[in-house]
Design a protein around this ligand. Structure first.
Ligand code: 6PG
Length: 469
């Protein structure tokens, strides 16, 4: 039991069960239930087998679970995002009383979380939208947790949330990052960065595999090596492992028996959509979302190859070039993610603490990497134009590594390898480094066809060009 609330968890799927075991493992009492009641005794047996059933109370329905819990209650929903969350809230509201808290620990759309917060608060209850990252293993042994809700709701649940979270050098990777939808928005941006990083890694793999004819196992070894340097991260670590894995049935590299069509539940896409809505470039994340979508069009790509011919030829690229290129892409993907976060924080008046966000991502989550500790420090210093990529340490790294990215993108483009995320990284950097761009022409065109007006270089507004004289 926490100091302040009796804990309940509804939804014993893979993630729910893992999180429930984690809560029990940390010594909290826990009430559990599930939509189909059979899952409850199965979970109780699992907890017993792990010696964690002492404080566990199973109930065969949500109603029964709530009735068995003493007030105040904190109920974690681990149900699929969307309609199941609304249905669970609808059932819970009449069963709960003032002082009780409902926690949505799924990957919900932050706008839905904002509106659910209003609904739940109107009923006199408290709501937390909680982003949880780290997959099943993270949920069981320590995820990264991003909390959105009132300070009171955070204080009522903080002990449990910090206890179950991942730790970075002893510090909990869990934080209260703002009200209502802030926690889920931070998780959404996390996933946008996750998509970008995964795509960058996949492109680098593709260059080695199809441009240098390296085997998956050889590439896996290179990733293992990279994981000991500046690219040290969860995603590079698991890429090394998956590339060296062998399919039990065929004896082939495991990646070679997997259809090259990426799934997506939507959070990466939400990040790109919100970035566009707020007028912030997230080109690397957008490229990653688009690449996943195109990957699923397997028939179109097969026809495309038949009509245009695949032109992937040998590349003269060293491991170091690719390592540096990936490093630049990764830094800029983080930078784009934090730009979106800053824009949303301003738009919704959340005051999200960027340094805390980076700290919460240092362990437990999918995008954890050694860079995040430096990024947290950078946010605690004065950033020119509030831009992460202008932090002195990152400027040095980017300047040093950018020539390698340019070399990689040029080679890929010359020889017909598709590298949408790597090239978006390069062009993002190249756009940012030009004080004077080319939008003067766009402004002139807009004025020409629509009399939209433009600002002259001397600052005079609403001016027109000489086109109609
Ligand atoms: C995490 C992940 C996780 C995500 C899955 C699948 O942080 O643990 O982001 O929450 O849901 O990785 O996401 P996609 O199906 O969209 O790839």
């Amino acid at each position: 039991m926490t100091d302040t609330a009796t804990l309940g968890l509804y939804g014993l799927g893979t993630m729910g069960s893992a999180l429930a075991l984690n809560i029990l493992d940390k010594g909290f009492d826990l009430h559990v239930s599930n939509r189909s009641a059979e899952a409850v005794p199965a979970f109780v047996s699992e907890a017993e087998a792990e010696g964690l059933a002492a404080g566990l109370h199973g109930a065969d329905s949500l109603e029964a679970m709530v009735k068995a819990m003493g007030a105040p209650r904190a109920i974690i929903m681990m149900v699929p995002s969307g309609a199941p969350v609304d249905a669970t809230i609808k059932t819970l509201i009449p069963l709960l009383e003032e002082g009780d808290t409902i926690i949505d620990a799924g990957n919900s759309d932050f706008q839905a979380t904002r509106s659910r917060t209003r609904t739940v608060e109107d009923a006199g209850l408290t709501y937390i939208g909680m982003g949880v990252s780290g997959g099943e293993d993270g949920a069981r042994h320590g995820p990264s947790i991003m909390v959105g809700g009132t300070p009171e709701a955070w204080e009522a649940t903080r002990a449990m949330i910090e206890a179950i979270s991942a730790k970075f050098e002893g510090a909990p990777c869990a934080a209260h990052l703002g009200p209502d939808g802030a926690g889920h928005f931070v998780k959404t941006v996390h996933n946008g960065i996750e998509y970008a990083d995964m795509q960058l890694i996949a492109e680098v793999y593709g260059l080695m595999r199809f441009g240098r004819n390296n085997s998956p196992a050889q590439i896996g070894e290179i990733f293992d090596r990279w994981n000991k340097g500046p690219l040290d991260s969860y995603l590079v670590e698991i890429t090394g492992k998956v590339l060296q894995a062998v399919d039990g049935e065929t004896g082939k590299p495991a990646v070679d028996v997997i259809l090259d069509s990426a799934g997506q539940k939507g959070t990466g896409r939400w990040t790109a959509i919100e970035a566009i809505k707020m007028g912030r470039s997230a080109s690397i994340i957008e490229a990653a979302v688009a690449a996943r979508a195109l990957s699923s069009e397997t028939a179109v790509r097969a026809k495309g190859e038949e009509l245009f011919g695949a032109v992937r030829c040998d590349l003269d690229l060293g491991d170091d070039d690719l390592e540096q290129a990936l490093l630049v892409g990764r830094i800029l993907a983080y930078a784009q993610g934090f730009r979106i976060l800053a824009a949303a924080s301003e738009e919704y008046d959340w005051s999200v603490d960027m340094a805390r966000t980076a700290e919460v991502w240092r362990a437990g989550c999918i995008i954890r990497s050694v860079l995040l500790d430096d990024i947290a420090d950078a946010f605690r210093s004065d950033l020119p134009e509030d831009q992460l990529m202008f932090a002195p340490g990152l400027v040095d790294r980017l300047k040093q590594a950018a020539p390698a990215l340019r070399k990689v993108v040029c080679a890929a483009a010359t020889h017909g390898h598709a590298v949408p995320a790597l090239s978006s990284s390069l062009f993002f950097l190249d756009t940012i480094r030009h004080a004077r761009g080319t939008a003067d022409v766009i402004q002139a065109q807009r004025d020409f066809f629509g009399r939209h007006g433009f600002v002259r270089m001397d600052g005079r507004e609403d001016q027109h060009g000489p086109w109609w004289d």
